[in-house]
Design a protein around this ligand. Structure first.
Ligand code: NAD
Length: 324
């Protein structure tokens, strides 16, 4: 049990993270054992086969419920879609907390749960409070870096939790990522993630607006991008993720590839909704955040073909709007 690590949620991000985590753990401690679990059992089975094809003889098991995973493992990483799934996996029957009740107090002190899902920070705090009341440790550790960073093991982890839990989690997180930042107490990692993506979501829209307007005023997009990128409007949305093809001579943003790859519009909408919902509850005004949320929702509603494209495709939506 002490040498067993579990991963719950083997989706696009989770499968890559688990692969790095398990393979590096195995290299360090050959007697390590692993457990995987997903609501779609085929995803966990496919992950196990992939892992065994590279590390034949590794001790890796598929289990059906988070409760079984928690009974088997002392460390669990969860990487789920959002708040409802995190609540279900931790607090509902068949969940992690049901298993916790069958451990002694001193056994519980050894248990560490790492939730890397991007979810509502208030929900994460409630879940974490339930887990810590039972005597185990938990952190919120949402990531930035996308599927590419997950595959390369170069993610950034934004962590919320106690110092003790952070110290315990750090060596595990470094097996999956490059940067690990302790942002504060429980929920602070998610707070940081949500605020950062709020800035990003708004900036990408205004860069699209400016690039479109500039061209209507007769500017060459490469000239305009060059000016913005060395002036006070400089930001990642313009200098790395510019939505106009050929505007960044030495780079290849998703706009060069018909907006394929990158960060999907539907995921940006999800993150901006997390920001507007939590801001409402905490009486923090978000006039631009709300406008951005409405615009991304409109993009998906009116042009479903852009749902899975990079969110900088909001430029294409504005361009189409201007042609009406
Ligand atoms: P995904 O939908 O590909 O994976 C989620 C996995 O969780 C799926 O395999 C699903 O079957 C499983 N799952 C759902 N409910 C479950 C349950 N009750 N029990 C067990 N498994 C369950 O999503 P993803 O792209 O891997 O994203 C995961 C999280 O990471 C999200 O919160 C997302 O916002 C965040 N994130 C994603 C990216 C990205 O580029 N994809 C980047 C940064 C952060």
């Amino acid at each position: 049990h002490a040498q067993t690590t579990a991963f719950i949620g083997l989706g696009r991000m989770g499968a890559e993270m688990a692969y790095n985590l398990f393979s590096k753990k195995l290299a360090d401690k050959p007697d390590s054992s692993f457990v995987v679990c997903d609501a779609v059992p085929e995803s966990a089975v496919a992950f196990r086969s992939r892992f065994l094809s590279q590390f034949s003889g590794a001790n890796i098991e598929v289990v059906q419920t988070p409760e079984e995973a928690a009974l088997a493992a002392s460390t669990i990483v969860t990487m789920l879609p959002s708040s409802p799934e995190v609540k279900a996996v931790y607090t509902e029957s068949g969940g992690i907390m049901s298993a916790l009740r069958s451990f002694t107090a001193s056994e519980r002190e050894q248990l560490l749960y790492i939730d890397s899902t991007t979810l509502d920070a208030d929900v994460a705090r409630q879940v974490a409070s339930g887990v810590t009341q039972l005597g185990a440790q938990i952190i919120d550790a949402p990531v930035s870096g996308g599927v590419t960073g997950a595959k390369a093991g170069t993610l950034s982890f934004l962590v919320g939790g106690t110092n003790g839990a952070f110290q315990k989690a750090q060596p595990i997180l470094t097996l999956m990522g490059k940067r690990v930042i302790h942002c504060g107490s429980s929920g602070a990692g998610l707070g940081a993630k949500i605020c950062n993506n709020l800035v990003l979501g708004v900036q990408q829209i205004v860069v699209a607006e400016a690039m479109l307007l500039g061209q209507k005023l007769g500017l060459d997009p490469a000239v305009l991008a060059g000016v913005i990128n060395c002036s006070t409007g400089a930001c990642w949305a313009s200098s790395v993720n510019n939505p106009v093809p050929s505007s960044l001579p030495d780079q290849s943003p998703p706009s060069e590839r018909d907006f394929e790859g990158g960060f999907a519009t539907c995921l940006m909408l999800k993150d901006i909704r997390l920001a507007t919902d939590i801001a409402n509850r905490h009486n923090s005004p978000l006039p631009l955040g709300e406008a951005a949320r409405n615009l991304y929702a409109e993009v998906i509603d009116k042009h479903p073909d852009l749902t899975k494209k990079d969110f900088s495709s909001v430029y294409r939506y504005l361009d189409r709007l201007g042609e009406l």
